[in-house]
Design a protein. Structure first.
Length: 418
């Protein structure tokens, strides 16, 4: 009677996402559908699995039959041939599985972040290697095309016994400014250090012929850079040209001779001293090309500049300065200390606003160029919180994907795509 009741019913079933039908009871039975196939009957409101329809499952399962094995047979079986039919099954709650998947996705996100960070480290290393080209130190220089200062004659002043202040002192001036005074050593002078220092300065300045006072342009003259690398740390030494002076005149004048009844005219012989720009260039070359380590690498000046300004960086790494930070500012060297304070590198013995008597110098028989130098340290450093930032982003994406997949699988029978 039950089957007869459903003979006139109409049925549908889902083949993937495709809806098929209509079918009679006999027709749908003949298609041998699996028990989890989704079926719709015209008197139902929802799609149900085939196993939920009694008329579609006419054959009842056969009850299992207990087989009694004689004791003699069991005892005669070798232990090696014993078959274990009971399987050990571990049942995990669905939410436990979800939590395990989420933990796993966080681990995967950490791995993705780690490999991305490692890739960025290799990239910034490659950029630095491209600068140094397998050398531990490189250097280059830049010389300004335009001079922004003025060339003055150096005037020697013999001792003036009438001068109440500088009585008995010889001195030299540039542009009416005293730049050096001959030191006087009396029998009571006990500090030979200061005397010898002042004497050395006097010997340097007393025979100068012309003095070039560099103008206010901060990078006038020359600048030179020398970078040294030790794995992930660097040191960059910066040289800034100051004033320069000529030791020989531009030309030497030879006076004519008067023989009484006739005289010969005087004449000038040029000394062929180099231009101011060439003097700066020679000084810069001495600090780079002619250094004992042969660090000079033409074309690397702006690359080293980019290195010290931190222009080589990526998502995870940067090149940053550390320790006390020295920098050149107009007339002196300034320092920012690690404790946050800043100050000047004190130098009270100025020649001009750009040059001090204590500045280093490069010289030969024709000229002398003074310069200042600073040295700073840098390192390849991971950016703060970036690893945590990307790990959080990737973890959120992975967790979202895992949760969506989990709920899709869990509710797949309730999802109908028409």
């Amino acid at each position: 009677m039950l089957i007869k009741h459903f003979l006139n019913m109409k049925y549908y079933y889902l083949d993937g996402i495709e809806k098929k039908g209509t079918y009679t009871l006999e027709e749908i039975l003949s298609r041998n559908l699996s028990s989890d196939t989704m079926i719709y009957r015209e008197d139902k409101t929802n799609w149900l699995a085939l196993s939920d329809f009694e008329e579609l499952n006419p054959i009842k399962p056969i009850e299992s039959v207990d087989v009694i094995i004689p004791i003699e047979e069991v005892t005669s079986v070798d232990e090696k041939d014993t078959i274990i039919t009971d399987e050990v099954k571990i049942k995990l709650p669905k939410h436990t599985i979800l939590i395990l998947l989420i933990v796993g996705s966080i681990g995967i996100a950490a791995l993705i972040t780690y490999f991305q960070q490692k890739n960025d480290y290799n990239k910034i290393n490659d950029d630095v290697n491209a600068i140094f080209k397998d050398k531990s130190s490189i250097s280059d220089y830049s010389v300004e095309d335009n001079s922004d200062g003025t060339l003055y004659d150096v005037v020697y002043h013999a001792a003036d016994t009438k001068d109440p202040i500088f009585k008995g002192d010889n001195f030299v001036t540039v542009n009416n400014k005293r730049i050096a005074t001959e030191p006087y050593k009396s029998n009571s002078t006990s500090d030979n250090y200061w005397y010898n220092k002042n004497l050395q300065q006097w010997e340097t300045f007393k025979n100068l012929k012309q003095y070039y006072i560099k103008g206010p342009y901060i990078f006038g003259g020359f600048t030179a850079l020398k970078a040294s690398r030790d794995e992930d740390t660097f040191s960059i030494e910066e040289f800034y040209g100051g004033d320069m002076a000529y030791k020989v005149p531009e030309k030497i004048h030879h006076s004519g001779t008067n023989y009484g009844y006739f005289s010969t005219p005087g004449y000038d012989i040029p000394t062929y001293r180099p231009s101011i720009k060439i003097c700066y260039k020679k000084a810069a070359e001495f600090l780079t090309k002619k250094d004992k380590d042969s660090t000079y690498m033409p074309g690397s000046y702006f690359k080293i500049s980019n290195l010290r300004y931190g222009n080589y960086n990526n998502a995870f790494y940067e090149i940053s300065q550390y320790g006390d930070k020295y920098f050149y500012s107009t007339d002196t060297i300034k320092v920012w200390k690690q404790d946050g304070t800043h100050s000047f590198v004190i130098d009270n013995e100025k020649i001009t606003v750009s040059t001090s008597r204590n500045d280093a110098c490069v010289y030969n028989t024709d000229w002398i160029v003074w310069y200042k130098s600073v040295n700073n340290n840098y390192e390849i450093k991971p950016k703060e919180w970036v690893f945590l930032k990307y790990w959080s982003i990737y973890s959120a994406i992975c967790i979202l994907i895992i949760v969506l997949i989990y709920y899709f699988i869990k509710n797949r029978k309730s999802i109908v795509i028409e």
